[in-house]
Design a protein around this ligand. Structure first.
Ligand code: FAD
Length: 291
């Protein structure tokens, strides 16, 4: 099994794609078709999210294990502290290891009541992502990534407090970061600068999600406690009556963002695919570095 930290350290531009465990057989088919279609782009890694609770949680192990066994791609499993004791987290790491998965994105997860509600630690569990990083690091068999927030985490008191959290994850053994969906390139560059100033030198990969429809994107941005940038709205809202034009402009905006991020030194791009491949393939093909 390949370590993502090693791949990133090799200095090649990283492309990665994120998926979620589907709820039914139809969703399963869509997922595996998309994975197949994106495999030819030779991603550095592909990641599978961990459910906020409920039935899909075991599926993260199953799907990442199958990616490891049946494809040429390197999988990363997301894992959260929500609802788990330390012992359970250890069991999950055992299962991942047995399935041939050696990369973990160590997260706290959102509060059980949803983003923005009060965080309640599970009895016998841990409070913060940095604690989970320590647990994973102690086993010495996983490459560890963590979540990073270009505009600060929604519950964070300040950007400085946010960097202190990054530093704690770094010191606990995190080796790379993946950001929440970047809305402006300048937010990402500001984040990297703050991290470097604090001695956090790990690669930080910007997260990319194109606008494919106005409503769903606004909802997603709102959930993260942010607002759509005016300059993006100015390009998208005049097209509101024409969903295809919205999608085309959304792809153009995302492609420009990706070009700016790479030109400014981002080590790669992490695409939130929502289990579809088309938008990602369109952006990938249009990137200046692939022209
Ligand atoms: P932490 O780093 O623990 O931070 C959580 C909050 O606690 C922040 O407000 C932070 O400022 C604060 N904090 C941290 N340490 C301290 C401390 N020592 N003292 C005081 N305050 C502190 N969620 C899922 O459920 N499943 C997924 O698969 C998933 N994948 C994600 C992938 C990416 C790339 C990103 C960016 C997010 C993902 N999330 C996922 C969402 C994530 O779980 C939430 O955003 C969560 O609220 C924060 O997780 P974290 O790992 O950053 O937590």
């Amino acid at each position: 099994p390949t370590s993502i930290a090693t791949l990133l350290a090799a200095g090649e531009r990283s492309f990665s794609f994120e998926f979620f465990p589907p709820k039914d057989a139809a969703g399963e088919e869509v997922l595996w078709r998309s994975l197949g279609e994106l495999e030819s782009l030779k991603p550095t890694f592909v990641s599978v999210t961990y459910g906020a609770g409920g039935s899909t949680r075991d599926r993260t192990i199953e799907i990442t294990g199958r990616i490891a066994r049946e494809t040429t791609m390197t999988p990363m499993a997301h894992l959260t502290c929500v609802g788990h004791t330390v012992d359970e987290l250890g069991d999950i790491l055992d299962s991942l290891s047995a399935a041939g998965v050696r990369n973990v994105l160590a997260l706290r997860g959102d509060p059980p009541g949803g983003p923005g509600t009060e965080w309640i630690r599970t009895d016998g569990g841990v409070d913060y992502a940095a604690d989970l990083v320590s647990l994973v690091r102690a086993r010495d068999e996983f490459s560890i990534g963590v979540a990073v927030f270009p505009e600060g985490h929604r519950d964070s008191t300040s950007l400085d407090a946010d960097v202190a959290v990054m530093k704690a994850k770094h010191d606990a053994g995190a080796e790379f970061g993946v950001t929440e969906m970047v809305l402006r390139a300048s937010d990402y560059f500001g984040l990297v600068e703050r991290c470097r100033a604090a001695g956090v030198d790990m690669p930080i990969i910007p997260g990319i999600m194109p606008i494919l429809a106005i409503g769903s994107m606004k909802k997603m941005v709102e959930l993260s406690g942010r607002e759509m940038p005016d300059e993006v709205l100015a390009r998208i809202e005049p097209l509101a009556e024409d969903p295809e034009a919205v999608r085309a402009e959304g792809i153009r905006i995302a492609t420009e963002l990706c070009d700016d991020l790479l030109a400014g030194g981002a080590p790669g791009l992490h695409f939130y695919t929502l289990n579809r491949s088309k938008a990602t393939r369109e952006i990938y093909a249009a990137l200046a570095v692939n022209a």
